[in-house]
Design a protein around this ligand. Sequence first.
Ligand SMILES: *[C@@H]1O[C@H](CO)[C@@H](O)[C@H](O)[C@H]1NC(C)=O
Ligand SMILES: *[C@@H]1O[C@H](CO)[C@@H](O)[C@H](O)[C@H]1NC(C)=O
Ligand SMILES: *[C@@H]1O[C@H](CO)[C@@H](O)[C@H](O)[C@H]1NC(C)=O
Length: 656
Amino acid sequence: MAPSRSSIGWSRLSAVIAALALPWTATLAAAEKSAGDYFVHSLPGAPEGPLVKMHAGHIEVTPENNGNLFFWHFQNKHIANKQRTVIWLNGGPGCSSEDGALMEIGPYRLKDDKTLVYNDGAWNEFANVMFVDNPVGTGYSYVDTNAYVHELDEMAEQFVTFLEKWYALFPEYEHDDIYIAGESYAGQHIPYIAKHILARNKLPATKHKWNLMGLLIGNGWISPPEQYDSYLEFAYQKGLVQKGSDIANKLEVQQRICQKQLAVSKSAVDNPDCERILQNLLDLTAVRVKDNQRECYNMYDIRLKDVFPSCGMNWPPDLTNVAPYLRRKDVVEALHVNPNKATGWVECNGQVGSNFHPVKSKPSIDLLPDILSEVPIMLFSGSEDLICNHLGTEALISNMAWNGGRGFEVSPGTWAPRRDWTFEGEAAGFWQDARNLTYVVFYNSSHMVPFDHPRRTRDMLDRFMGVDISSIGGKPTDSRLDGEKGPETTVGGTAGNGTADQEAEKAKLSAAKWQAYRRSGEIVLAVVIVAAAVWGYFIWRERRKRLGYQGLAGGENGAGSGGRMGANSSSSERLGGFRNPLAAVGGGRGRGRDVEAGDFDETQLDSLHVRSPVEAQKDVRYSLGEESDDAEEEEEEDGGRGKGKEKGAGKAGGSS
Ligand SMILES: *[C@@H]1O[C@H](CO)[C@@H](O)[C@H](O)[C@H]1NC(C)=O
Ligand SMILES: *[C@@H]1O[C@H](CO)[C@@H](O)[C@H](O)[C@H]1NC(C)=O
Ligand SMILES: *[C@@H]1O[C@H](CO)[C@@H](O)[C@H](O)[C@H]1NC(C)=O
């Protein structure tokens, strides 16, 4: 009969439509974004001339609670013998890696709040460099406020997810040699991420192994027992405190309390009783300069002073330009910061810091020996940093056993020599290495070594990565260890053709190819158009026949697929929040968009974000000066105080 025949016809046709449409919707949802969507077309304030090729934006890591990590990727200027990528992380926990991008190793620095200048010594000369605001909630990254990360393994798992998704978007970088670098509390993050990458590489299911070739950690927080013990010793050596003085005695009492604590809970990544050594040190050595003002040491560079209780949180001076710049609307748009991230950029997010309580995680020192059997590590220290000072790093190296030996003892009774490093005629520091571990001290340098000595750190990086400029030519930089030159590296003296030129060349070639293909392409296109028109007519005719059957029209794209979970799950993921069935039950969680980081009061973040160890302990108000000065915000600050701030600030505070 007519109706039944016709309805069979329909179901067949709709099957055809479904078959054609399904791959479409699937692709659309999966490829929500492509590499092109992350391309940074312009950067406000950039110097004249070609822009460094960059990509930036968010990658979703935990869809169930809107966890997104922000990245800023800069392409190398030259490829010397190999393609390399450096991933850079700042510390905190909760401090943004845009510190690294705009004050340390990135291609640009801010001269004022709207003018970028080239950084002489940027790390993207021979490596692609990517800054990631890690973990979720940090910097431009965001997450629901109830889903901050607590443990190091959790952080690292999310980071590996980030990399999986990132390389899916940018497969051309997946075979690069990978280096992970960073400073301060990243001394915990980096080894954990390395551990997870190495484990991933060993899974049988892993198609692309990642070539992790090295780790670089500057003034890292790695091993609490030695590093807490180093505060007093460093203070004596640098003459901040006199042995036998009242202050010294008080600090030694605190140090004993700390040591007792650590004897019981040796595995803690951080310990409040031990943090107090540093807090008290800064407090007790502060001197009154005016009625209402005391001056204390800058804990990131003891050659400098700061007002109490900031003690370094106002430093470095570039910070006063970086924060306003990264909050500008045109900058935020240029970097593709997701509008869901409604709060402005802050250097250190106090919420992230206070939630990051790794009670189950062991300090990263425990991971280093295993990593060192597979991947070389470089630890470097600015000599004038107090908070993660070089004495602590040296002590932890001495106590560590790896690759068949302990510390820098290379055979019984012989130690790896400290080789004097001269750079461009000046005493720059010394190098020491054994069994895949290299240690470098930078003289006259703060906690943020690349801030003080960008060119020297670039030389260090290139030597560590084995960059050899003989393949591209250029003027070697005068850098010597014990007077010897070693392989030729260069900082800024490259002669060879840049990556950008090579790409322009490639683009020209492929444009020519296109020209050649176009004619045949036009013919194919015409055939496709005719076929589509015929098919469209067929559908139209069939539909007209079945006009009475209106429900189907809706069923095609609405109720039909919505009713069946499978087909449309990817698009519900896109809408966010409803993918996890538990989420819907859980009230707030289910309605992810409503509780994400973007939605809570950002003034609170501002007031929480910069806090020195001393502030945490003392009931003294701190303000960054630029935006947190009005009364309302100060009230918020009162409300937020005392909630575990000591940790957040302890390991890096403003400038890690
Ligand atoms: C050092 O690292 C390499 C990988 O770069 C590894 O093959 C080697 O075994 C390691 N050396 C030692 C002494 O373990
Ligand atoms: C840098 O440090 C070295 C070694 O401590 C010292 O000899 C030199 O005078 C310092 N230079 C400056 C500019 O402070
Ligand atoms: C750059 O490449 C072009 C063509 O590949 C070549 O003619 C030119 O000499 C190269 N320049 C340098 C400085 O190597």
